[in-house]
Ligand binder design. Structure first.
Ligand code: SAM
Length: 281
């Protein structure tokens, strides 16, 4: 008998993948966690039945949530990731020698533990082996209240705006993040699909524009996310991701990135008209 996993992206459309094995299935106080083996996308993490990461396409998401901000900020030293319990964002942040400390604040310790156990290609820097990495198991909203004026870059690597992540898309939270950033800090956040989530984007970018002087959207192609057309919000106190981008610095980065590069950095901020319309002020 064939076993298929299906995630519905709307009432009548979804993605379906053949699954060969369930590696873990359990429940924390926050959500249901499954890690399965798929025939074509490697291991896949699901939270409350929704795709979080797959071994085959996670490189896109983790490159693009981390490198655009880290190559726009001239000298990022202290970075915070809220969410990101699979460790993929921290893995990419650690490629930047200027980063002296990366903090991961993930609300669900089970996600961290099972990622270390079953997704080592992503969790390789959060397994306790890297002294530059600090882990906190905490609500990002509570954590950020206690850590004002501390970070050069903050990445909101969260689930969709449901459950514990709802507050991570609100204006109050963006104000707290603004306060946690240094005077030239940058915040990035995954900002859903321009194709499927125009209303979420409209609200999110309105909230961001109420707080940050520079707010831009950039895009990436992530096949296992709804429609494959995904986006990130870039919210900055001082540096613009295109005007202030040092292409030579990114070109001479000295490490491999399978999706990100110095040309794609600029191209990602060029949006289709309908995506621009989603977030028009
Ligand atoms: N790449 C995925 C995406 O775009 O949907 C996100 C992956 S990562 C596993 C998302 C993490 O955000 C989850 O582990 C979840 O527990 C965490 N999370 C949700 N709300 C949170 C909060 N308020 N504070 C800290 N972590 C949170």
């Amino acid at each position: 008998m064939d076993l298929w996993y299906t995630e519905k992206h709307s009432e009548n459309v979804g993605i379906t993948m053949k699954v060969t094995k369930t590696l873990f299935s359990g429940e924390s106080e926050f959500q249901k966690l499954d890690i399965v083996e798929t025939l074509e996308y490697g291991k896949m993490m699901l939270l409350d039945g929704l795709v979080m990461v797959t071994e085959r396409d996670e490189f896109v998401y983790h490159d693009m949530i981390s490198h655009p901000a880290l190559f726009t900020h001239p000298n990022p030293k202290k970075v915070l990731v809220i969410g990101g319990g699979d460790g993929g964002s921290i893995r990419e942040i650690m490629k930047h020698p200027s980063v002296e400390q990366a903090v991961l604040c993930e609300i669900d310790g089970l996600v961290i533990d099972k990622s270390i156990e079953l997704l080592p290609s992503m969790a390789c820097e959060i397994d306790g082996s890297n002294p530059r990495v600090k882990l906190h198991v905490d609500d990002g909203i509570a954590y950020i209240r206690e850590h004002q004026d501390e970070f050069d870059v903050i990445m909101i690597d969260s689930t969709d705006p449901i459950g514990p992540a709802v507050g991570l898309f609100e204006e109050d939270f963006y104000r707290l993040v603004f306060g946690a950033l240094k005077e030239d800090g940058i915040m990035v956040a995954q900002s859903e699909s321009p194709f499927y989530h125009p209303e979420i984007q409209k609200n999110m970018y309105k909230n961001l524009r109420a707080v940050y002087p520079i707010v831009e959207m950039y895009q990436a192609f992530i096949p296992t996310y709804p429609s494959g057309f995904w986006s990130f919000a870039f919210a900055s106190k001082k540096y613009h991701p295109v005007k202030d981008f040092d292409r030579e610095r990114a070109k001479n980065r000295g490490f491999y990135t399978r999706y990100y590069n110095e040309d794609l950095h600029l191209g990602a901020f060029m949006l289709p008209t309908f995506a621009k319309e989603n977030i028009a002020g």
